[in-house]
Design a protein around this ligand. Structure first.
Ligand code: M6R
Length: 612
């Protein structure tokens, strides 16, 4: 969602801020802005891409200071206009502020501030916070910028990450967070603040990660961390676990394409050092302290959203099938508000690439409050969900920049497979049975490599159906969530309407949609329900639908009943989604490119969704 960059140091701030904003573009946004302090504040804002803002700044000239803040906005309060874009200013004290998150009590605060004579120029909650800080700022009474920010934040409810500067304090940048991520990169005589590591890694790999209610006052000489009561806190400088190379596009056309093709390597990383093939055991350092509680758990609830939800649904199948523990996966957003029953022995697993998805975070907090043991299956190291769970397993797939999640999905499924086998082997699964599955898991990366060689064929198949506006995706068992994931991938980047569902469900209504030539993607790998899937294919065919089957190599029946077949290598059924999903990701990618869409910046979407 929104992105924050801020700089204080000795170099010109403007190019550093713009470069940081470009690196945060992947988060999703609809307008951008920058404020630089050079005696006076200069502010520029623009609707659309960062490049539009850059052109505007070039024409304007100036913006020569060494302290500044910048923002990419994903609209929540107020439409997408220049007036609503950040930075926002107060009307008295020369304050400028950028903000991620939402201020829930902004309407009453606005009324209060209007009563005090302040005039607003936008529809946003952020401008209210800028005005409030300005209202409280009173250097003559010892209320400097840091104290004014602390006092203002005590008055607001909601989530925020903010960066604030003030004309009257030309050597001060104040940043704070609650609920929305923010890190302060510590360079050589300079500090670069970012919503995530991508904005700062080109400058420094040393950073402080802010906790909720932390306020950091940064000057050119150093920084001080405090809480909202102005009590000083210790802040640890940590090494960021990300390389600049990992976030560069290299020879690929899009990040999504790069990340699809990275999957053999990313899954090797996920598995590295975690499989003990001789003993049939999985070694998961992040959860080993809780092994006893996990083995005895009576119920496992997986909570997630979007692609992570689909991975969690696969996890549900794997945990029940392999570890024989009752499991259920649900939308974190629904879990959070349905008064969930958490009995003794309930474990809640939050699955999230970013570790910042607010719905998943709130579900996790609710589960904790109700006494559940919580685990995180997270990619971003040190993210909020990773820090708030009792234990967890990192995906280790590297930074995922493409808005359409791909390598995180296969990483999540791989981790959930390992977690299932970690439990299964410690409960009752024989070493032989476990070793067999672990060997299959270990072969997944090279099997994905084989699928990736079919890129041209998959593109040609996609091309045949590129003008169709409605697609169905069907699967059974552990591949029903894969069908859902295929549909999500297609719709989010190509804007083609797609539905994913259990193949059997089609007959209960959606079959009415099938008309001549409608593309229906059916996951038809050899598994327990293979024969039933073939019957479903016949049902689609008899209504004129065109079936694109995802089948196993060597299947010579499928070719005669499906229009098109994409073959994937065979594996143990619970692990098969890591293979069957690959052609679906590739089809979605090609469909979006063939339709001329910007694959990495899909309409209306944000990479991590940090508002409810
Ligand atoms: O960061 P998370 O895994 O928690 O994100 C969850 C969803 O927002 C995310 O998977 C989303 O659905 C992706 N755009 C799917 O490609």
């Amino acid at each position: 969602m929104c992105g924050i960059v801020a700089y204080i140091g000795t170099k010109p701030a403007k190019p550093i801020l713009l470069e940081g904003l470009k690196r945060l573009e992947y988060r999703g946004y609809d307008s951008a802005g920058v404020a630089v302090l050079d005696g006076d504040l200069s502010v520029a804002r623009a609707v659309g891409r960062v490049s539009v803002l850059e052109d505007k700044l070039q024409q304007a000239g100036g913006f020569g200071g060494t302290l500044g803040i910048a923002h990419t906005r994903w609209a929540t309060h107020g439409s997408v206009t220049e007036q609503n874009a950040h930075p926002h200013r107060d009307d008295r004290s020369g304050i400028a502020l950028v903000h991620n998150g939402t201020i829930e009590n902004y309407a009453s605060l606005r009324k209060y501030l209007e009563g005090k004579g302040h005039t607003f120029h936008s529809e946003t909650d952020t401008e209210v916070l800028a005005m409030l800080i300005g209202e409280l700022f009173d250097p003559e009474r010892g209320i400097d910028l840091e104290k004014a920010v602390q006092a203002a934040l005590k008055e607001i409810s909601g989530a925020y990450a903010i960066a604030v500067i003030c004309e009257q304090e030309p050597d001060t940048l104040v940043v704070a967070r609650k609920g929305s991520p923010l890190i302060v990169g510590v360079g050589n005589g300079e500090y670069i603040v970012g919503s995530d590591a991508a904005a700062i890694i080109a400058h420094t790999a040393q950073a402080i990660t802010l906790d909720d209610y932390n306020v950091v006052k940064v000057t050119r000489d150093g920084f001080r961390t405090s809480n909202l009561d102005n009590v000083s806190l210790d802040a640890k400088i940590q090494q960021l676990e990300i390389d600049l190379e990992e976030i560069e596009l290299g020879t690929y056309s899009h990040y999504m394409q790069k990340e699809i093709f990275e999957q053999p390597a990313s899954i090797r990383n996920t598995l590295r050092g975690r499989l003990d093939l001789s003993e049939g055991r999985v070694v998961l350092g992040g959860v080993s302290n809780f092994a006893k509680e996990l083995i005895k758990s009576r119920r496992i609830i997986l909570a997630a959203q979007g692609t992570a939800l689909h991975a969690g649904m696969i996890g549900e199948y794997m945990i029940e099938e392999l570890a024989k523990i009752p499991a259920e996966c649900e939308f974190a957003s629904e879990f959070r508000y349905r008064n969930p029953i958490i009995e003794e022995g309930t474990v809640v697993v939050a699955v999230s690439q970013s570790g910042e998805t607010i719905d998943t975070l709130y579900a996790l907090q609710e589960a904790k409050d109700r006494g559940a043991l919580t685990l995180g299956v997270v990619n971003v190291v040190g993210s909020t969900i990773a820090r708030e769970t009792d234990a967890g397993v990192y995906l280790r797939v590297g930074p995922e920049i493409g808005v359409a999640s791909t390598k995180a999905f296969t990483g999540q499924v791989a981790v959930l497979a390992m977690l299932s086998l970690f439990l299964a082997r410690r409960r009752f699964m024989s070493p032989d049975a476990s070793t067999r599955l672990l060997k299959e898991l270990n072969l997944i990366p090279e099997k994905i490599e084989q699928i990736l060689t079919q890129d041209a064929t998959i593109k040609a198949i996609t091309q045949k159906y590129i003008n169709r506006e409605n697609w169905l995706f069907l699967g059974r068992g552990v591949n029903y969530p894969t069908a859902m994931e295929g549909a999500l991938k297609l719709k989010e980047i190509s804007y083609i309407h797609a539905e994913g569902m259990p193949a059997a469900e089609m007959k209960h209504g959606p079959i009415a949609l099938i008309t001549d030539g409608m593309p229906v993607v059916v996951i038809a790998n050899r598994g327990a329900q293979y024969e039933k899937v073939l019957s479903n294919i016949e049902e689609v065919r008899s209504r004129g639908g065109h079936v694109i089957a995802i089948a196993n190599e060597g299947d010579d029946r499928i070719g005669s009943i499906a229009e098109d077949v994409i073959y994937v290598p065979e594996t143990a059924e619970p692990l098969s989604p890591m293979l069957t999903v690959i052609p679906l990701q590739m089809m979605a990618y090609h469909a979006a490119v063939l339709r001329g869409h910007d694959v990495d910046k899909p309409r209306n979407l944000a990479k991590s969704v940090t508002v409810e």
